[in-house]
Each structure stands twice: as C-alpha cells, then as structure tokens.
Write a protein that binds this ligand. Sequence first.
Ligand SMILES: Cc1cc2nc3c(=O)[nH]c(=O)nc-3n(C[C@H](O)[C@H](O)[C@H](O)COP(=O)(O)OP(=O)(O)OC[C@H]3O[C@@H](n4cnc5c(N)ncnc54)[C@H](O)[C@@H]3O)c2cc1C
Ligand code: SF4
Length: 825
Amino acid sequence: MHHQSHPAAALEREHLVVIGNGMAGCRAIEELIARDPSRYRVTIFGAEPHVNYNRIMLSPVLAGEKSFDEIVINDRQWYAANGIELVTSDPVLAIDRTARTVTAQSGRTVGYDRLLIATGSDPFIIPVPGKDLPGVITFRDMADVDHMLAAAGKGGDAVVIGGGLLGLEAAHGLTLRGMKVTVIHLMPTLMERQLDEAAGWLLKSALEARGQTILTQANTAEIVGTEAVEGVRLKDGTLIPASLVVMAVGIRPSVALARDAGLAVGRGIQVDDHMVTSDPAILAVGECVEHDGQVYGLVAPLWDMCRALADGLVGSHSGYRGSVTSTKLKVAGLDVFSAGDFSGTDGAEDIVLRDASRGIYKRVVVKDDRIVGAVLYGDTGDGGWYFDLLKRGEDIGAIRDMLIFGQAFASGGGVADPKAAVAALSDTAEICGCNGVTKGQVVACIDAGGHSLDAVRAGCKASASCGSCTGIVETLLAITLGDAVEAGPRTMCNCTSFGHDDVRREIVAQQMRSIPEVMQKLHWATPDGCSSCRPALNYYLLCALPGEYVDDQQSRFVNERMHANIQKDGTYSVVPRMWGGLTTPRELRAIADVVEKYDAPMVKVTGGQRLDIFGIKKEDLPAVWADLNAAGMVSGHAYGKSLRTVKTCVGSEWCRFGTQDSTGLGVKIERMTWGSWMPHKFKIAVSGCPRNCAEATIKDFGVVCVDSGYELSVGGNGGIKVRATDFLCKVATEAEAMHYCAAFIQLYREEARYLERTAPWIERVGVDYIRARIADDAEGRDALAGRFHVAQQFLQDDPWAARAAGAEREQHAPMARFTPHAVPA
Ligand SMILES: Cc1cc2nc3c(=O)[nH]c(=O)nc-3n(C[C@H](O)[C@H](O)[C@H](O)COP(=O)(O)OP(=O)(O)OC[C@H]3O[C@@H](n4cnc5c(N)ncnc54)[C@H](O)[C@@H]3O)c2cc1C
Ligand code: SF4
C-alpha cells in the first residue's frame, strides 16, 4: 500500500473522478497508485456512508463471524495518505459529458479530465404485489445487513426468495442469528447456475439438516402485509409467515447514470479491452460493465479489469481479455465449488466420484482431454487445481484416470498406477468401510471361489452396501485372478455397478427418498443418470414410498409424460377407460363427439376391448381429455407401465355356457387395479367358462371361471413370444380371486425389475416361488394385498383430469438431460 501525498502538484495534475467507492472503483485506484502515484488527482464519490469494504464478506458479518471493521479494505487514513478526496453518502446523479462535470445529490458539481464509472450492480426486485412493504429488503450492502440484524434481533420467521449464492448466505446468517428461515427457490436445484442436480441435492439436504426449510420449484405470487410484511404467498396458494423477506433473486448492472449520459449501454456499460467506454474520456470497471458481450457478478474478473484499466491510464496497454470464473459458497461447514461449463455440451464426458458416508461428490467435465468444468461438494480442496488446469487448457490425457482423485494422487509417482496402489495395501487395510472387510478377507474370499464381483459381494459383503469400494474390489479380482475374473450379472446401466435388485434392496434398507439421494449413496458414475436408470429409479422409489415420493415426470418416457401414445406422424392416440370392456350410450356419444370435433382420422377397437381414438394433436390433448372426463371417463393408461385393460367375456349374465359373472368380476378387478404403476404393462382377463373367450391364459393375470370356483393363472403373454400362463391356484369366491390378484400384482410390483414383464420374471424366479408366496403363504399374501391397497389410495387419481384443468403444462418439455456416455448398455 502506498501512503504518499502530493498537495503541491495537485492542481497541475489531471483530475480523475471515480463514481462508486466499491470494490472495483477502489481496486482500480490501488492499481493506478502502484504504477504511478502522482499521475492523477483523484476524487471518489460513494453513495454509501462507508469507506471501501470487502462486499463479499458481508455474509460473514451477517453470520456473526466478522465485524464491519474487520472487512474494511481501505480506511480513511489510506485515502488521506494517497491524496484521495472521498465523498461519502453523496451519489452522483448526472454526468455532463460536454462540460466534463459530474453533479452529486448534494448539488456539488466537480469537473473531470478522466471519469471512471464503477457503480456495481443493483439487486433485482421481483415485481410482485407487496414488494415495497417495510421488511422487504435486498442483500447488497452494509445497510441491508444492518436491516437484517435489526429484524433478527426480534426473532421470528424470515423468508429468503432466491436459492442462489447470495440467498443461501443470507439464509445461513439469519439462521445463525436465531430466525426460522424458509428459502423459496424457483428452480428444482439450488444454485442451479453453479451446481448440478447431484450437488444441489446434497446442499439442500445439508441445509435442511441445519433447520432451514427449502422450497424448490416454488413461485412467489405476492408479499402479504398491511403496515409491514407479514408473509409470502406462493402461486400454489401456500402462505409462509415472515416478518422479514430478503429478495436475492439476481443483480443487474447499474447503468442508469451512464445511459442518461448517452454512453453505449447493452446489458452493462460497454467497454473496450482497456475499459474505455464509447466516450474516450470515460472509463468503466466492475460489475456495471459489459465487455465482449459478457457481464460478471463475481470479484475475480474485477481484478483483471482493474489491472488493464490502470495500465491504460498510465499509457501501457495490456488489455483485458475476459475472465473464467469459479464460485465458492461461504457457509461454514459446507464446502461447495463450481467452475466452468457442466451443461453436458456435445462431446463432453463426466468423471464422477461419490463417497456417500463422507458426503462427497466430485464431478469433472472433460472435453477433448481438457477440463471444461468442475463441481465439487464436500471436499473442495482440489478446486483450485482443477480451475487452474481449466483456465490453462492443459491436456490432461496422461492423468485422466487419476484426475478425479485430486492433485496429490494424480501427481504421486508410484501411487499413480491404481493397480500398484491397491497391490501395495497391507492385508489388514480396510477395503469396505460399510461392512468392515479388509483386503486380506477380500483376497481370501476370491481364493475360496469368489471369482466375480457378485460372488465377492455375496461371500464377504465387500462392496455390497454403498458400493464406493467397488473399484478397489474389482482391482483385487484382477490382481488375484488375471483373466479368470468372471463377469457378473448385468448392472442396471453404465451409470452404476449395481444391479436392479441391489438398488431396490438398498432403497428400502437405507430409506432413500429421491433419485439424487440414490445416486449419491450408491455412487452413481454419472451426474444425472441416463434414460435407462432414471425411469427405473423413479419407479422403484414410487413403489417403495407410496404417498410420500413425488413422481418425477421428467424421468418418464414420452408416452407416460403425455398420457397418450405417440404415433408415427407425431400425433397421439387416446384410449379412455371402459371398465371391463363395457360402455354406455353417453360414453359412445362423447367419443363420437371427440372424433368429430378434433377431426380424428381413425377409431379402432383394441385387442383389449377398448376404443382407440387416433390422430389427436399434442396441443388438443388437454381439451380432448376434458371432453372425455365430462362424460365420466378417465385415462385408460394405454400408454403406461401400468394396468392396461381387464378383458372380459359376457359370462353367465348372457352366455348359456357361463358359470360365473365374468363381466361383473372383470369390472370389479379393473376398478380395484386401475392407476397402479408397475414394472411393465400389465393385462388381465376374466373368462366365464373354460371356453375362455376372453383369452385369459395369455394375460399377466388370468381368471377362468369353473363350476366350483375360479382358476387363477399368471405370467401369460400374447406378444412376440407367446406364452401361456402358469396355473397358480383355484379359489372358491370372487372376493378371494380379487385378493389373490392384488397380492400377485404387489409381488410383481415389488420384486420384478423395471421393464421386466410377468412372463420373463416368472421364468427367472420360477412359478413355484410365486405359488409359495401367493397361494401357500396366507399371511404373506394378506400383507402383499394390504400394501397394494395402500399404494392404490395414492395412485388412483386420473392423470387426465389435472392436466385437462391446466396443470403441468411442462409435460411437453423434453426428457431430462442425459450425459452422452450414459446411454443404456
Ligand atoms: C453479500 C455478498 C456476497 C458476495 N460474495 C461473493 C463471493 O463469495 N465471491 C465473489 O466473487 N463475489 C461475491 N459477491 C459479489 C462481489 O461483491 C461483487 O462482484 C463486487 O462487489 C463488485 O464490485 P463493484 O465495484 O463492481 O460493485 P460494488 O462493490 O457494489 O461497488 C459499487 C459501489 O458503487 C456505489 N454507487 C452506485 N451508484 C453510485 C452513484 N451514482 N454514485 C456514487 N456511488 C454509487 C454503490 O453504493 C457501491 O458502493 C458478493 C456480493 C454480495 C452482496
Ligand atoms: S368364455 Fe364361456 S362364458 Fe364366456 S363367453 Fe365364452 S363361452 Fe360364454
């Protein structure tokens, strides 16, 4: 720091006036003084009453970790010692470029030779009713922090609108100050511009564990209150009480002054590489500028800008070339780092490391052997190293395999070969932390015949829980057996080393509640999964947590998202439900009206005895559903991995051969089972006598009525590979037939793998197993049927009705983003 004063020379020197006593304005002057302390006479105007302080440390001040004095960068002594005149609490209101003067709020007018605009940013205020109520504030300067501290002193509820960096730091501070804090965030992921879904989920879980309420996908409708703020109402009607509302939804470059002065302004004040604006006498620096189409909201670019600016002011033109930025969240105990691009651009590949027990997630995005992005959660120690490699565009081809383990490992000579590193471990080294299995035990298990990953998991439990040691166990297999390693059963997809059954078992055992949680705890190798594992995980969670898990529509295939079947020409076919294949004049009229009104080119009777309306345009679907709903019809789920149809024959009511009321039973079964999501599509049929006109013996569950009761059979299929059902058992009453049906469906729901139909499932597990569970185990059967009925309480909700009423318009959105290498095996 330079402490020089030049009173005598002051009048001869060019006058440099700075508007904005913030981080960039003062840093620019520091850089200038470092180059030539006597070149300019400097006057700085500041709107705030303070000397220059470190704005990014306002968060620790709010959290009580620092005092204001501790975050001051330059005290009054510095201004005096460098001959700088500081004007505080007096914002500049106008620039006269012809006269070369600025006029401040106090009326004071000062002439300049060079002018530097460093006005920073203005917080964005969402234009909702109530935004001007007392108690609604932003988070930008020390005055805002003082407001928050005064409010927190009274305790009570606070709402922070915005789950970005600033919002979360405000929420953290207010929580530490004793307020009950709710964060409202519009997007599904916190800090979505810096974090991917996986890291966002970890962060959300950690903040919730600290007592904050985090509402994602929550849209603010209004701020309520009469004299002062009393709460925030969301668009879904929820009212959250609050005596303090902090708006932290983003910033806009502060450009009003420059625009009024006629300078070129885009998103920010436009500057060249030397930070000169469209007027050669006027420079601009910091968050208020736009350089090469970019505006910035972090400090790192300011340092580069200020260097280039100071060089220009003393006549040596280095030039500013733009900045690559990285972000860290300043919440004690939560380590989050993010840099570069992780949006999954073409050709980019992800290297992912997860350590669930330590809450660590690391993702490095690589393209053409160069790092293009990184997201780190829990262990950010290598953030700087990755960022450095990224900025320098270093070729990481040679260390790619070790990159994710960090700098120490990747540059570690002998340990740089993972195989050698594992071989060097002692026999007592713990390999599997979850199950306490040592290297010696794993090797003994392999020597005893455990020649595949699965066999080792079964034999000594290593890698059987969280899976984080899978790579080491595989290396031990390779070291011990060489080429004799046997391939294990297929994993769910390339994103995981676990099979479907392992994943389901762990979801239940570890009480997992969301897709990101499963991915984190089971060490998914990709950040967001793929189009193979996401729908499966969504189904497994739906099945394991009825009424609790919220279906992730973006993890469903297009037909299930659209609730209709997409056709070759991009239109949809719509099948309303007709219970047991029965219909009424009213329903037929409604269908005929829909066909005419929406110009449907074809109506077809399906193999399952339903009417299929073809050629409906995507945009007409909600209106078609509304019309069908109005006639009392609900979705036929002809598109879903779910119950499709219950086909019936006319039975004893009309047919002279019929022994039972097959139609009536079919209707009852369909009313019991509709809406249920299953691993795959599921068809049922009920025939009134062994002539079997409803073809019940090629259905997933078939009932054939006989004189003495009902013969139940399972696992039939009429598709590419025709398979007749296996006989399950015979029951005496309709009620039993329905009870066994419910139990069988639940067993299928709980134990079959996603996309496995009943036929291959039964061939895999054996029909004896099914009989043992359904026919022979009365208690187990009751429990299964009980669980089925519990789930149905939440699933029997017509998906058409809500959408016809306008809900979930985003169903027309494309499937979730998947990484290129994560295509199903
Ligand atoms: C709470 C908080 C936490 C942050 N954390 C981080 C972080 O962790 N990492 C990071 O990189 N960045 C962080 N930032 C962003 C960082 O603080 C900014 O990038 C940086 O302060 C921008 O510097 P600046 O000089 O352009 O603007 P500022 O620092 O805002 O300075 C502009 C100054 O100009 C004054 N002014 C405006 N108009 C006039 C006028 N007409 N007349 C006179 N004066 C005027 C303003 O009052 C202000 O004092 C954080 C910001 C906040 C608010
Ligand atoms: S299955 Fe039997 S009862 Fe049903 S229609 Fe055919 S013959 Fe009649």
